[in-house]
Structure formats: structure tokens, C-alpha cells
Design a protein around this ligand. Structure first.
Ligand SMILES: CC(C)(COP(=O)(O)OP(=O)(O)OC[C@H]1O[C@@H](n2cnc3c(N)ncnc32)[C@H](O)[C@@H]1OP(=O)(O)O)[C@@H](O)C(=O)NCCC(=O)NCCS
Length: 205
């Protein structure tokens, strides 16, 4: 299955915890995951900036996002009435950006899962998991052998099949963005990889 097709996002399908009743069954907002388009860019920039201001991820400008728009997937849907509004104007589809994640190939059969951000008012509903899974699926479609991430939330990525690795084992190319990070000299991120080439190929859905 490729991500070019818009597909409905059924939270109970991708979130086993909900099926086991561990979460409020009403908590998952109706939403769908699809490839990002230019219309999504203002909200993507606003959501990423929201967390970048808290030093939790890197800022990305709208032109930067647009230049690599084909790398991103978004989750869109409804937001609670009281939720933070990221931008003033409405999206043409009348829904809201709930989350974003990107897959950036760096060569050598390697791609970075980057720019993952979930709207703070819909966190812990399985949307982050759905977006990472969509990027992993995209990596498989591209025959990428390994995906990696540099993250402040290693527990989240462990649950998505990533394993912690010594930074020194990663190719120099993975540090391509570090020069613009305010924490460059004092990096607190964990390097993690998921070796797709060592996993059984999943059955088609
Ligand atoms: C971290 C983040 C991506 C998680 O997305 P989410 O949609 O809230 O996560 P999910 O609901 O899919 O959670 C999946 C699992 O990961 C766990 N998890 C989520 N956030 C976590 C965190 N910060 N620390 C540890 N575990 C976490 C959940 O408890 C859940 O576990 P369960 O399946 O056993 O219940 C999101 O909260 C976010 O955008 N944070 C701010 C920006 C950020 O840190 N981005 C990552 C940059 S690398």
C-alpha cells in the first residue's frame, strides 16, 4: 500500500491499547492520515514552531517545509472546541492539523523520521504512532533498509520498534541538521534506529 492514497485512520486499528480498554474509547478524535500538501504548510509550521519554542524540536520555516513537502504525512480531523488554534484562517477542507511527521532519505539506504509533532490537545490518542507507522510504510515502499531518529522521547520510539544505538555508529550524514540546533554543543537527543531489512515483510493489508 502506498501513501499517495488518502486513507481513513481508524484509531482502534492502529492502537492496541485502546482495544484493550486502556484508554478512553471516546478520546480518539476522528481523523485521517494522508500525504501533506501545500495547503497544510501554515499549520505544519505553526505546530512545529509551538514545540520548537519549547526547545523540543527544530524550527522549520514554511519555505523549508514546502521544499520537502513530499516527505511529510499529516493527520487531519476535528479538534475540541477549546483546543489551541494554530492559525487564524480555516483550511480549505474545514478540518484541522492534528499531527505531522516526515521521512527524509539521507542516502546509504538510510532515512530519518523527523519533524514529528502532535497537536497538544490530541496527544496520547495514538496519532503519533499512526504517523510514524505511515513513515515506516513509506520507507518500505522506497526500499529503504533502515530508518533512524534523533529524539528526546526514546520511550515513544521504542514502542514503534526503534532501538537505541551509540551515536558514533551512525554515518556522519545523519548529523546534517545539527549545526542549526541551539543545543548543538550540548546535545541531549537519543539516536535510535529501526532496521527494516531485518524485519519480516508485512502481509499486504
Ligand atoms: C511525543 C509525541 C510525538 C507522542 O505522540 P502521541 O500521539 O501523543 O503518542 P501516542 O498516543 O501514539 O503514544 C504511543 C505510545 O507512546 C507513549 N508515549 C507517548 N508520548 C510519550 C512520551 N513523551 N514519553 C514516553 N512515552 C510516550 C504512550 O504512552 C503510548 O504508549 P501505550 O501504547 O503503551 O499507551 C507527541 O506527544 C509530541 O508531539 N510531543 C511534542 C513534540 C516532540 O517531542 N516530538 C518528537 C520529536 S523527535
Amino acid at each position: 500500500m502506498t501513501l499517495s492514497a488518502v486513507h481513513a485512520f481508524d484509531a482502534s486499528r492502529i492502537d492496541p491499547a485502546r482495544e484493550q480498554g486502556k484508554r478512553d474509547q471516546t478520546a480518539a478524535p476522528p481523523c485521517h492520515v494522508r500525504s501533506a500538501t501545500a495547503d497544510d504548510v501554515p499549520e505544519m509550521e505553526a505546530l512545529i514552531s509551538h514545540f520548537a519554542r519549547q526547545n523540543r524540536m527544530l524550527f522549520r520555516t514554511a519555505p523549508d517545509i514546502l521544499a520537502s513537502i513530499d516527505e511529510f504525512v499529516v493527520a487531519r480531523g476535528t479538534l475540541p472546541e477549546s483546543a489551541l488554534r494554530l492559525v487564524d484562517h480555516a483550511h480549505p477542507d474545514g478540518d484541522f492539523l492534528l499531527g505531522v511527521c516526515g521521512l527524509h532519505p539521507v542516502g546509504l539506504g538510510l532515512a530519518e523520521v523527523r519533524g514529528l509533532a502532535i497537536h497538544p490537545d490530541v496527544a496520547a490518542r495514538g496519532i503519533g504512532s499512526a504517523l510514524v507507522d505511515a513513515c515506516v510504510e513509506r520507507a518500505r515502499d522506497l526500499r529503504i533498509a533502515k530508518v533512524y531518529t534523533l529524539t528526546l522521547v526514546p520511550r515513544f520510539f521504542e514502542k514503534r520498534g526503534f532501538i537505541q544505538v551509540d551515536r558514533g555508529t551512525l554515518h556522519l550524514k545523519v548529523w546534517y541538521e545539527c549545526y542549526r540546533c541551539p543545543k548543538f554543543a550540548n546535545c541531549d537527543e537519543t539516536a535510535m534506529i529501526r532496521p527494516l531489512d531485518l524485519e519480516p515483510v508485512p502481509e499486504p493489508a
